[in-house]
Design a protein around this ligand. Structure first.
Ligand code: GLP
Length: 234
């Protein structure tokens, strides 16, 4: 694991952008993308750059079950707003949260990942150490699956909804086994509320209690943290 400590979210997002730009120069052509507040400034850097993504495939980590791409709270909508409306990709995949057959959608998504091995996977992290929507206790060998969100994740994500009761209780998430197959993983974390999760990820035991701790086993994982998120590391 390589830990990069930066002053703040802006400089960390710039650093992540540089790693992506280098990756593209070195022939990376599949990007794994994440949602949440963490990658927003990274996407802004990508948008204002002159990088061409028209030959790049993107594969998103997760989506709420029950929300379609037109729903402003869906992750698909988030990606359109923050990145895809500005930058044209060759293909962009986000799990379909309103598929009539969710099990078939899950199979289909695994096939997409198998057909397009991910060169660089971007990750945020939940306060309980979740990555994508792989909540604590998710088996490390899981591929794409249906997830019951934990209460803490529902509450953390409620800030994006006008009514807490509107937060979906289920999602489709790429699994940890799929994430671990990515050639390079870049996990970013900003703010003191991520400090404990970062501590467990970097210094804690490799345990399904903290899903991100599995990254200790990855041959090329880069953790970019601001001062607040890194505060428990020294
Ligand atoms: C959600 C997403 C994760 C994200 C996490 C943290 O649960 N499924 O991919 O990393 O939230 O969100 P934020 O970046 O807003 O702190």
């Amino acid at each position: 694991m390589e830990i990069i400590k930066v002053k703040d979210q802006q400089s960390g997002s710039q650093k992540a952008f540089e790693l992506i730009a280098q990756g593209l120069q070195n022939n990376a052509h599949v990007l794994g993308l994440a949602t949440g507040s963490t990658p927003i400034k990274l996407y802004q850097e990508m948008v204002k750059s002159d990088l061409d993504f028209s030959q790049i495939t993107s594969i998103n980590l997760d989506e709420y079950i029950g929300l379609d791409a037109d729903n402003p709270q869906s992750y698909h909508y988030f990606m359109n707003q923050n990145l895809f409306q500005f930058k044209k990709f060759k293909n962009s995949y986000v799990p379909n949260g309103v598929a009539s057959d969710i099990d078939a959608e899950i199979k289909n998504y695994d096939q997409i990942i198998a057909d397009n091995p991910i060169d660089i996977q971007i990750l945020g992290i939940g306060q309980n150490g979740h990555i994508g929507f792989n909540e604590p206790k998710t088996p490390f060998d899981c591929t794409t699956h249906r997830v019951q969100l934990t209460q803490s994740t529902i509450e953390a994500n409620a800030r994006f909804f006008t009514d807490k009761n509107d937060v979906p209780k289920e999602a489709i998430s790429m699994g940890i086994a799929s994430i671990m197959k990515s050639k390079h993983i870049i996990l970013m974390a900003w703010g003191a509320n991520k400090a404990e999760a970062i501590y467990q990820t970097v210094k804690g035991p490799i345990s399904e209690d903290c899903p991100a701790s599995i990254l200790q086993n990855h041959p090329h994982a880069t953790i970019i943290v601001d001062e607040a998120a890194a505060s428990k590391l020294d």
